[in-house]
Structure formats: structure tokens, C-alpha cells
Design a binder for this molecule. Structure first.
Ligand code: AMP
Length: 192
């Protein structure tokens, strides 16, 4: 099984391009953010607890997202692998992912990173707020905290996966959605 991590700051276009990658390589796309938003929409206890943190632009507890990921690995069949989007988000999740995969006799295949500058993060999120109506896209304070959270907690994963020889990055700042999709697909194709 392949275990790809789709990496990048909020608004980089991970969700926009995940479908094309997943389809091309018969992977199941798992977005922890989408799973959490589904819990909120369903009104579950987990969703109610997560909502406050998500609306503040902070991370939900590791145990919550790791439970979702393990559940997906255990239940989803008929694919050649997984495309993880928005997970892992900090070093302890990355180490726990390694442990979860080791238990299954598996390991992370590669990290596919779509990199954008902070100014582009703000533009993309402002644009998406008008289209998708996500509560955490609507407030300046929340966006600022998500950017801060990304730099403080998620960015260190770049060094972690470079060290492991698994980090592959392309630029997501410029060009059309299609240009960026082609760039990401070419990057995945280049990984052997
Ligand atoms: P996303 O859709 O990936 O931008 O995620 C939206 C929000 O869900 C994030 O700002 C976090 O509050 C929460 N979230 C998503 N994935 C994770 C994760 N791996 N760890 C902790 N919180 C997460």
C-alpha cells in the first residue's frame, strides 16, 4: 500500500488537487479537516468539542485525528493506498503515524508538498470563504492564528520528512488551478 501525505499551508490547494491525484493512483483521499467538518454537521459530541478549536484556528487534540486516521486505514478496502490531506499537522502526529503504519508493516511513501507564501494564503482563504462558507475562513483573527499554527507546529515536519528522504515540494504560488494541478501530478509521477 502507498501512503502519501499531501502537505502545505492552509489554502495551498491540497483539497483542490487531491481528487485528481487520488483518482490517478487509486488512492483514498482522507482529509482530517473534512472529517471534522462532517462531525460538526452531524452534531456529534466530537464535532461540538472540535468546533471551538477549529473556529479559533487551533489544532484539535492528536488523539481525535489519529483515531479517525486509524479507523480509515482499518475500514477502507479496495484501494492501492491513501492520500492524507491535513494530517499529520505536528511532529507528534508524524511520529504517531509512523508507529500506526509500523504496526501494519507499512511506512510513509512520500510527502507531496504544495508551497505558498503567507500573503497567498490570505488571498486564497478570502477567495474560498466566498465560495465554501467555512466558518474558519471568515474571520481575520482565525486566519492569522491558522498561519501562526502552521509555522509553529506544522512547518517543522518539512525538516522531519527531508531527514527521512521523503519530502518532495512544488511551488503553488503562481499560475492557474490547472497549472498547479499539472505541477503536483508531475511531482507525484516523479517519485519512485
Ligand atoms: P483543514 O480543512 O485541513 O484546513 O482543517 C481545518 C481545521 O481542522 C484546522 O484548522 C484544525 O483546527 C482542524 N484539523 C484538521 N486536521 C487536523 C490535524 N491533523 N490535527 C489537528 N487539527 C486538525
Amino acid at each position: 500500500m502507498k501512503y502519501y501525505i499531501l502537505f502545505g499551508p492552509p489554502g495551498a490547494g491540497k483539497g483542490t488537487h487531491a481528487g485528481a491525484i487520488a483518482e490517478k493512483y487509486n488512492l483514498k483521499h482522507i482529509s482530517t479537516g473534512e472529517l471534522l467538518r462532517a462531525e460538526i454537521a452531524a452534531g456529534s459530541k466530537l464535532g461540538q468539542e472540535a468546533k471551538t478549536l477549529i473556529d479559533a484556528g487551533s489544532l484539535v487534540p492528536d488523539s481525535v485525528v489519529e483515531g479517525m486516521i486509524e479507523n480509515a486505514f482499518n475500514t477502507i478496502k479496495g484501494v492501492d493506498g491513501f492520500l492524507l490531506d491535513g494530517f499529520p499537522r505536528n511532529l507528534s502526529q508524524a511520529r504517531d503515524l509512523d508507529a500506526i503504519l509500523a504496526k501494519r508493516g507499512e511506512k510513509v511513501t512520500a510527502v507531496v508538498s504544495l508551497m505558498i507564501d503567507d500573503e497567498v494564503i490570505r488571498q486564497r482563504i478570502a477567495h474560498r470563504a466566498a465560495i465554501e462558507g467555512r466558518a474558519d475562513d471568515a474571520s481575520e483573527a482565525t486566519i492569522t492564528n491558522r498561519i501562526k499554527t502552521y509555522h509553529a507546529q506544522t512547518e517543522p515536519l518539512i525538516a522531519f520528512y527531508k531527514e527521512a528522504g521523503k519530502y518532495y515540494e512544488c511551488d503553488g504560488n503562481n499560475g492557474t488551478i490547472e497549472d498547479n494541478r499539472n505541477r503536483v501530478l508531475a511531482l507525484v509521477e516523479s517519485i519512485k
